[in-house]
Design a protein around this ligand. Structure first.
Ligand code: GLU
Length: 411
């Protein structure tokens, strides 16, 4: 199933509980604006190539549009459109005053030098600078981008519009970035897992965890869960996974990753497994924290974890979701599970607008408050409507976006 079709399916499932009229469904699903641009770039060897770049602005009824920029070879319009839509529901679930957007470039960052990536990034901003900005649409990091790209983007955007660090979030701390932004998505995943376990009356030290993805999200989730006494038995990156039934030495793996240029490849103190095997391990908690569409109706029957927490965007497709539910698994959906990132992006934006910076404790405390409230609201909605957490989260989000749209009027 294509990515946008999957998001539409989840939206429709929730909209049915709200008796949403077809006209409103159409209005809430259709992006406000979709931009596709050609990005010409000169490679280090002198060749001229061009990449395709996208920015989809889905909805702004609750505030400026917000969402990351992804650099990945699989990026296309359908993918970005689905991710932009998810951002609208995500910001609404955690109730921060934003709409949703997403962008990306179809490029494999690992196949290019940093000079080439910088040139592509700047050239992309040359094409889209007039449709993004601090009060319209605020980009941020996503898969394949990080603080350095955000610094280039700010610098390039400011060449056209003047000083305004609030034009982008996820910046380096030295460039008006928020302390705690980098860890925020993974930390948020950890915070929400602890809340969920509390509600289910389960114990951390009796919960074995497998995490797919050891990038920014997976790393911070692993660290948080390890420190909270969970037994992290498997982690992986694109090259495959590492497993130890007694629990991995996460601090050692973090150091290994850091010392080896952000990869765990070559780590020898655990059993090598494939990414497909990781998803089917005998664990209580599975955290897909890499790409979308990894749990499908083909492998879902073999997933034994009873808790699945979507740290990535769209890792469980609708066919799989149905099977997992029938098997009694609980899925904490992406639009809540990974919302810690955009929440701290919001804190960064607020600090930039006020020319004031918060300390790490304040960022962490306020993150915890936002996520705890959102989790409780989703949990209660799930009880009230007698639906899984995903449908409950969509119900909450759709209600909020619909209400804001109606209050603004239609003419
Ligand atoms: N890319 C992240 C996400 O999917 C963060 C977006 C942001 O900080 O605006 O939620």
């Amino acid at each position: 199933m294509k990515a946008f079709e999957a998001v539409r399916h989840y939206f429709d499932t929730a909209a049915n509980y709200l008796d949403l009229h077809d006209d409103i469904r159409g209005l809430l699903l259709t992006p406000k604006r979709e931009v596709q641009v050609q990005i010409p770039a000169k490679l280090d060897d002198g060749r001229i190539v061009s990449f395709l770049g996208y920015r989809v602005q889905h909805n702004n009824s609750r505030g400026p549009m917000k969402g990351g920029l992804r650099f990945h070879p699989a990026v296309d319009l359908d993918d970005v459109r689905s991710l932009a839509t998810l951002m609208t529901w995500k910001t609404a679930v955690v109730d921060i005053p934003y709409g949703g957007a997403k962008g990306g470039v179809a490029i494999d960052p690992r196949a290019h030098s940093r000079t080439e990536i910088e040139s592509v990034t700047r050239s992309f901003i040359d094409q889209i600078h007039d449709v993004v900005g601090p009060v319209t649409d605020i980009p941020a990091p996503d898969m394949g981008t990080g603080a350095e790209e955000m610094a280039w983007i700010r610098n390039q955007w400011e060449k056209y519009h003047g000083f305004n660090p609030a034009c982008i979030t996820g910046k380096p701390v030295e460039h008006y970035g928020a302390v705690g932004r980098e860890e925020a998505t993974g930390r948020g995943v950890g915070i929400l897992i602890v809340k969920m376990l509390g509600r289910l009356g389960r114990k951390a030290n009796e919960t074995r965890v497998a995490i797919q993805g050891f990038g920014n999200v997976g790393i911070h989730a692993a660290k948080y869960l390890h420190e909270a006494d969970f037994k992290v038995v498997a982690v992986s990156n694109v090259g495959g996974g590492f497993y130890n039934a007694d629990g991995l030495n996460i601090p050692e793996m973090l150091t290994y990753n850091f010392e080896n240029g952000n990869t765990i490849e070559g780590y020898e103190k655990a059993t090598k497994i494939t990414n497909a095997e990781l998803l089917e391990l005998d664990v209580e908690l599975l955290v897909p924290a890499a790409i979308g569409g990894v749990i499908t109706k083909e492998n879902a029957p073999r997933v034994t974890a009873s808790l699945i927490v979507e740290a990535a965007n769209g890792p469980v497709d609708p066919g799989a979701d149905e099977i997992l539910e029938k098997n009694g698994a609980i899925v904490l959906p992406d639009i809540l599970a990974n919302a810690g990132g955009v929440t701290v992006s919001y804190f960064e934006w607020v600090q930039n607008l006020q020319h004031y910076s918060w300390g790490l404790n304040r960022v962490r405390q306020e993150l915890e408050q936002v996520l705890a409230r959102a989790f409780e609201e989703v949990w209660q909605a799930s009880r009230e409507y007698e639906v899984p957490l995903r449908t409950a989260a969509y119900i909450l989000a759709i209600k909020r976006v619909k209400r804001a749209t109606e209050l603004a009027g239609f003419s």
